[in-house]
Design a protein around this ligand. Structure first.
Ligand code: GLU
Length: 416
């Protein structure tokens, strides 16, 4: 079996989109490569006095359309190809929703659950110091991603500001509210996913509203909450510890309370009428919408044949492989791709950064309304390509993004 490589996956889709656009290789050759890659070895004094070294990365894929932008994830299995792919997806995502950013991504190869709070803070501050030459509000702006949160963004902001000698809130987004974070940012990705799900259901004339969600981190849990509030029935959710299925609908408030107060995972959760299922079983449940909100490489050639959802909306980055995409297409299951569906996070990051560099604050209604407008505009632009070129949503979104990226590159020209 071919080893999964996120970067190859990204390139295969990009090539297909370039081909459909009829682009000349010169127009998009540069998009196939990240502009810069930095790999760092981050030493941390552990609580027991031992020094441990963690590998970290910051990859800037493109700055053609604006400063590089993208999250930082902490995960024990992350590697450079994954970070390169995630950085490229950020460039494409920002182009799809037409915000003036390029793309970047960072990561530290670590399981943060094994660290104390002090170790996590030291790791974050030292990693920030080591990528400091690359980041800044005018060149590369990190944000939360898997296993990172507002508190960690606050440490990044403080570390950067200490080096500069004054507060620089615009160096990072997804910060706590009291140091320049934005209202609505924490919920933004899930809010975007629920907006796009509603648009897709309407466009595809799917009446049913039974939803299965893989992943109960920030994106999955907010998506579950908002879709539940909008009248959908969340029939199944899962995370690293396993899954819960209730054909009458999961008690979403109960699950969210459990996640907030107990273990941060679904472990130990139960409710009347609920069955315990595995992650694999969740992916093959009969439902109207399957929303993968965990990691990349979840719907693959091995399990795509068993998917019984009528629609897939990608809350995670890269959850579906190229091979799985073809199987789903044969089965007639539309997939709303990550670079459109989960763009809400970076859209509100953009609002946060704009507020920071202008020293002003927007109210939450203004943020949520503008987010909705931008998400629906992105959906409709992707839809234009779907209709005109008779392609999948994924190829359409990549065509739209690639057209914008290559236009920016062509306009700027090649230095020197
Ligand atoms: N990590 C999020 C993403 O993958 C948000 C990035 C950002 O806000 O810069 O889209």
């Amino acid at each position: 079996m071919k080893q999964y490589n996120a970067y190859d996956n990204m390139l295969a889709v990009l090539e297909a989109a370039a081909d459909k656009l009829g682009l000349n290789p010169n127009d998009y050759e540069a998009v196939k490569y990240p502009e810069r890659e930095l790999k760092v070895a981050v030493p941390i004094k552990m609580d027991n006095g031992r020094i441990r070294i963690f590998e970290g990365y910051r990859v800037q894929h493109s700055s053609s359309r604006g400063p590089c932008k993208g999250g930082i994830r902490y995960h024990p299995e992350v590697d450079i190809d994954e970070v390169k792919a995630l950085a490229a997806w950020m460039s494409l995502k920002c182009a799809v929703v037409d915000i003036p950013y390029g793309g970047a991504k960072g990561a530290v190869k670590v399981d943060p659950a094994e660290l104390s709070r002090g170790e996590l803070e030291r790791l974050t501050r030292r990693f920030t110091a080591m990528i400091l030459p690359l980041i800044g509000p005018e060149k590369d702006i990190p944000a939360p991603d898997i296993n990172t949160n507002a508190e960690i963004m606050g440490w990044i902001m403080d570390t950067y500001s200490m080096f500069k000698g004054y507060s620089v809130p615009g160096v990072v987004t997804g910060k706590p509210l009291d140091i320049g974070g934005s209202l609505g940012r924490q919920e933004a990705t899930g809010r975007g996913v629920s907006i796009i799900t509603a648009e897709a259901l309407r466009y595809l004339h799917i009446e049913g509203k039974n939803i299965a969600i893989q992943g109960m981190g920030n994106v999955g849990s907010v998506t579950a909450k908002l879709l539940h509030e909008a009248g959908c029935r969340i029939i199944a959710v899962s995370d690293v510890s396993g899954g819960c299925y209730n054909k009458e609908g999961i008690d979403v408030e109960g699950i969210l309370r459990h996640l907030a107060s107990r273990s941060k995972t679904l472990e130990g959760y139960s409710e009347p009428g609920m069955e315990t299922i595995s992650n694999e079983e969740l992916l093959s449940l009969g439902c109207d919408v399957l929303i993968p909100c965990a990691l990349q490489n979840q719907i693959t050639a091995q399990n795509a044949g068993g998917v019984r959802a009528r629609l897939i909306v990608e809350g995670a980055n890269g959850p579906t492989t190229v091979e799985a995409d073809s199987i789903l297409a044969e089965k007639g299951i539309p997939v709303i791709p990550d670079i459109l569906a989960n763009a809400g996070g970076v859209v509100v990051s953009y609002f946060e950064w704009v507020q920071n560099i202008q020293n002003l604050m927007w109210d939450e209604a203004q943020i949520n309304d503008t987010l909705k407008k931008i998400m629906i505009r992105g959906f409709n632009r992707v839809l234009d390509f779907v209709r005109e070129k008779n392609v999948s949503f994924r190829i359409a979104a990549n065509m739209l993004a690639l057209q914008k990226l290559s236009a920016a590159k062509t306009t700027r020209g090649v230095f020197p």
